[in-house]
Design a protein around this ligand. Structure first.
Ligand code: GDP
Ligand code: MN
Length: 398
């Protein structure tokens, strides 16, 4: 599960990480109120208006604007709230912005120049350790830094059993070229950041940029936080931060129905029982020259109702030109699945405009076949062999 920038920053702050402070708003009027309040609290004279969507690169897409007056706060907030923001990380049509973060300006002039760094904490699956990745090259696309100047990216592996050791935090500050106050601030920052990552069961905390202000404070200007869904049950407060407006609506519906569905770009809808069979079905579709439109595991209890729900969900995707149903009847009875296909036809009628290639093998497959054959008006093409099913998909598409 992803968090918004403002949610990630609040989480960081609760673990003692210094952040660029801000208040979230969903109308231009509230944005102005937020700016005033922020000035009362922090003394800031300028503000940054930042689009809150689950995607990075907002600055370049016009989703982050500096405001030097309350009028400018209002103008930027009006422009940004409701816009379809396009960044390299959004779908082509962009993502709708529902709210903005009004943040204090932390790039104020002073004794030293502000400086931007990159820092993230994530799991290194290769070594089974957590890893702090950091770089002097902050504020820009870290993928580009990795490609052009990989020697400017440092990593520090943390043994999860030991946690971050003081010398490791000092090494990070040293490699970033810091000294004096900024060095001490960075040691605190990286230690608190690591603690936040561990304690919230996150799979990623990415702060880009980490800022050294002109008066040597170290703070998080941005945050990207990904939480481990499998650990959310022990973080009820964090689970509540979910913003389903940011998620694929078909996936949200499937999840509510207890189906595991992932939207993909192709034109062949798949309905399969079991994740392993679903994966190999997708491979087979590709080998036959098609492209899967989705991953859908209807699970081990596929009955008529679940099958019908599966059809409804697959057909919400307008790209679907054919559906391949590939069910292996172990505990699942094939005749129940066949009944689900028939029910779906009866209940959805005209909505099913695409051919269905149906492979039902295993328990009660014979009864399933008889049921299908005895029903009129089905646009169903039966298949017995796995490969045959994929070839039939290709036939109906060409
Ligand atoms: P992203 O583009 O989605 O990664 O959003 P960020 O939160 O990283 O903001 C983008 C850029 O806005 C930063 O790299 C900064 O250059 C700029 N920015 C953010 N906060 C401030 C601020 O307080 N003052 C000024 N002048 N610029 C800021
Ligand atoms: Mn950023």
């Amino acid at each position: 599960m992803n968090l918004h920038e403002y949610q990630g920053k609040e989480l960081l702050q609760s673990f003692g990480v210094r952040i660029q402070r801000g208040i979230v708003a969903d109308t231009p009027e509230k944005a102005v109120e937020a700016a005033k309040k922020l000035t009362d609290e922090t003394g800031t004279e300028w503000w940054v208006v930042k689009a809150q969507i689950h995607a990075g690169g907002r600055g370049k897409g016009g989703g982050v604007k500096l405001a030097k007056s309350l009028d400018e706060v209002k103008v930027h907030a009006s422009n940004i709230i409701g816009m379809m923001l396009k960044t390299p990380q959004t779908p082509a049509e962009g993502k709708r912005v529902n709210q903005v973060l009004i943040a204090e300006d932390v790039y104020y002039p002073g004794e030293n120049e502000p400086d931007e760094y990159y820092m993230s904490v994530l799991l290194n699956r290769g070594t089974g350790k957590n890893m702090i990745m950091y770089s002097t090259e902050g504020g820009m696309d870290i993928e580009a830094v990795a490609e052009k100047t990989p020697y400017l990216i440092f990593t520090e592996e943390i043994d999860p059993a030991l946690g971050i050791l003081p010398f490791q935090a000092r090494k990070v500050a040293f490699n970033l070229g810091l000294s004096g106050t900024a060095f001490k601030e960075m040691v605190k920052f990286v230690t608190a950041l690591y603690t936040a990552y561990v304690k919230s069961d996150a799979s990623l905390f990415e702060i880009n940029p980490v800022l050294k202000t002109s008066d040597d404070k170290i703070l998080a200007v941005d945050s990207k936080v990904v939480l481990d869904n499998n650990a959310l049950f022990r973080h009820k407060d964090l689970a509540e931060l979910r913003d389903i407006r940011e998620e694929n609506p078909i996936e949200v519906e499937a999840k509510a129905a207890g189906l595991s569905y992932v939207d993909l770009d192709g034109n062949v809808g798949c309905m399969v029982n079991g994740a392993g069979l679903a994966m190999s079905t997708m491979d087979l579709i590709k080998q036959a020259g098609g492209e899967p439109a989705n991953f859908l595991d209807v699970g081990g209890t596929a009955d008529a109702e679940r099958v019908e729900t599966g059809f409804r969900i697959i057909l919400k995707d307008p790209k679907v030109e054919a559906i391949l149903v590939n069910i292996f009847g172990g505990i699942v009875r094939c005749d129940r699945v066949a009944q689900g296909v028939i029910d779906a036809y009866n209940n959805m009628g005209d909505e099913i405009k695409v051919p269905i290639i149906l492979r039902l093998e295993g328990t009660n497959s014979k009864e399933a076949k008889e049921l299908i054959e005895a029903t009129e008006g089905l646009n169903v093409i039966p298949a017995t062999e796995f490969k045959e099913a994929a070839d039939k998909v290709q036939e109906v598409l060409s």
